[in-house]
Write a protein that binds this ligand. Structure first.
Ligand code: PBG
Length: 324
């Protein structure tokens, strides 16, 4: 027996010679939930995450920056009274997201502020787009509103606009709208392959944004498909995306790899709320080691080909990595 792979695993130092994947705080984007009330509110299905008020947001970001996190993405829990069929609140220059972006950029000009573009937090129907009388999601009408939302986020100071709505043609339309308003330097991180996934459950609890009827299968992708991801990739690249994203992450490592192999653009992956919840729940029960499973999952996502990971574990993982 000449070939003994175990020789290359015999000590930590030897193993470190040929470690292929590394993980650091710079690879993370930290998703934060915000609301307009007073005080932070716990989210039952997302232990460790809260709906933050204005002061809570600054406090959390201060801690995250100290832990080495350079980027956050904001998700608003919008008051029911502001939700409408066309989600006009999404482009209110004084809306919760717009105010929060300004507050963050005033304090941390170098912080990368990413914003979500989609109507669901603002929609009285709980859908990412405008719903017709007969219950269809109207693509082109929605894209017009998404452009206004993106421009208003850029005006407030957003660095990266991340459309998560899965409407056709929205990346190109948003690129044109941003450029027309002089925001040529604002980037687009497209949710390229976003699947119609049950892993989003806890997120919808956090924002009270679950669809009021039906599901999202006419716009989000079928979990059974992978070729479709390449079709979406081709469109996003042609329309000017700066980053392409796969979501969820761990159950879709093959899709992350597929995109990695078919584009030179950076690939992002979103470790979503349900992925977080299952590690948290099993960890809290003592069934798995939360820290080890969380880090192993993040390594797997990077190994599959993701450059950057949106993860609720961002801050905790940064601290775990610092502990060694
Ligand atoms: C909404 C949006 C969703 C998530 C991010 N943006 C939910 C959905 O599409 O229903 C999910 C994130 C998560 O589960 O952590 N456009």
């Amino acid at each position: 027996m000449f070939d003994r792979p175990r020789r290359n695993r015999k000590s930590a130092a030897v193993r470190a010679f040929h470690r292929e994947t590394w993980l650091a705080p710079q690879h993370f984007i930290y998703p934060l939930f915000i609301h307009d009330g007073t005080g932070n509110q716990p989210i039952d299905s997302m232990p460790g995450c809260q709906r933050l008020d204005a002061a809570g947001l600054l406090e959390e970001v201060e801690g995250a920056v100290k832990d080495g996190i350079n980027a956050v993405v904001l998700f608003p829990a919008v008051d029911e009274s502001l939700k409408t069929s066309h989600g006009e609140e999404s482009y209110n220059p004084d809306g919760l997201v717009q105010r929060s972006i300004r507050a963050l950029k005033a304090r941390w000009p170098d912080l990368v502020v990413v914003t979500d573009v989609a109507l669901d937090p603002y929609s009285s129907d709980g859908h990412d787009g405008v719903v017709s009388e007969d219950g269809r999601i109207l693509n082109d009408e929605t894209v017009e509103i998404l452009c206004k939302q993106a421009v208003s986020q850029a005006q407030a100071g957003a660095d990266i606009i991340a459309p998560s709505d899965m409407m056709d043609g929205r990346v190109g339309a948003i690129r044109e709208a941003l450029d027309a308003h002089g925001f040529v330097e604002v980037s687009i991180m497209s949710y390229t392959a976003k699947y119609a996934s049950a892993f989003y459950g806890p997120f919808r609890d956090a924002l009270d944004s679950a669809p009021r009827f039906g599901d999202k299968k006419t716009y989000q992708m079928d979990p059974a498909n992978s070729r479709e991801a390449l079709r979406e990739l081709e469109l996003d690249v042609a329309e000017g995306a700066d980053y392409v994203m796969v979501k969820p992450a761990l159950a879709y490592l093959d899709i992350i790899r597929l995109l990695r192999e078919h584009t030179a653009l950076p690939v992002a992956a979103y470790q979503v709320s349900g992925e977080n919840a299952r590690i948290k729940a099993a960890g809290a029960n003592g069934w798995i080691d939360e820290k080890k499973v969380a880090l192993e999952s993040l390594y797997a996502i990077r190994r599959a080909g993701a450059d950057v990971i949106l993860t609720y574990y961002a801050r905790q993982a940064a601290r775990w990595l610092a502990e060694g």
